[in-house]
Design a protein around this ligand. Sequence first.
Ligand code: GLU
Length: 380
Amino acid sequence: MFNHDSAPSPGFPASSVGRLVIKIGSALLVDPDGAIRIDWLRGVIEDIAQRHAAGQQIIVVSSGAIALGARRLSLPKGGRGSLDDAQAAAAVGQIALSHHWAGLLKDQGITAGQMLLTLDDLEHRRRYLNAAATLERLMALRVVPVINENDSVATTEIRFGDNDRLAARIAQAAKADAVALLSDVDGLYTANPHSNPDAKLVRDVRKIDAHITDMADGGSGSGMGSGGMASKIAAAKIATSAGAHLAILSGLPERPLSAWENGANGTIFHAQPSKGARQNWLAGRLTSKGRIMVDAGAENALRDGRSLLPAGVTQVEGRFVRGDVVDIIGTDGRLIARGLIEYDAEETTLIAGKRKSDIAELLGQPVRPALIHRNHMVLL
Ligand code: GLU
């Protein structure tokens, strides 16, 4: 499903891509002793300005707040020693980061906007739609939004933790055509290129299967950000299933987007046909409230595009209420679908495995057409 070292895929993320999300990792923006790499940032912004002038709509997702703040506060471990340190570092670093972005974009005649989001903001449908509407308005006003996770309030349980997946979720919310992840690696390799001289660059990925996910070894190479290849592949899944291409490319050159367009290394994960807005939002969610195990019959029915009925449920886990998002797990233990459930956890447990005729009696109320309706479900 991929080509090794073939010719680079032309044209992406060239100016022809209408709406582009550019994610910039901490290791590019902040040098190892915690100072901002201002000349490099100026170069990236020249790239952005060129595209902006050509009519491309650009959204920036910028890391670096924790790394920058840690230096100003003289915190150990780059501010990542504890959650309290990371939150304080982010508060101090974010204001400096925004200052640099706003100033350098202004030098190019571009107005910057700032959005700080938590995972929760994008997991709740109404807040997600709200963020999407704000992005749409900013695009119409020709503003370049600079987005980061709101690390000062996000706790470990409700964090993205890495801006790769945040960028992919933003691409989905903004209906972007493509995402460019600029990092200190120049793409996905068949093995870790630092330790294995035979590792080959994978230029094109058309389907993210187990073969591809196995290539990611996890962990951030620089130790400064929290990304690593595993989070980049998770981001690629979210973006491509929402109909956006995603590229991993090196941010090390002075003008990284120009370098990429001129043939520098990179990996493109190609967009899949988009499933529709609600389905994309469901597929890209990172959290769910429960797990519904189903039998082989139900699994086949779901794959045929049918709704999930209580009869096919073998086990129910989690605390959820009607309308919550739950994962549907197949007989081999793998996640097969995700959807909005029609019943609370207690009711679901009660009616699991039961036929329609028994359910009305068990619940003492009219039976809903499905446990999870196919229109509120996405196959994964
Ligand atoms: N949001 C974090 C920061 O601004 C970076 C997360 C990441 O490493 O991707 O420092």
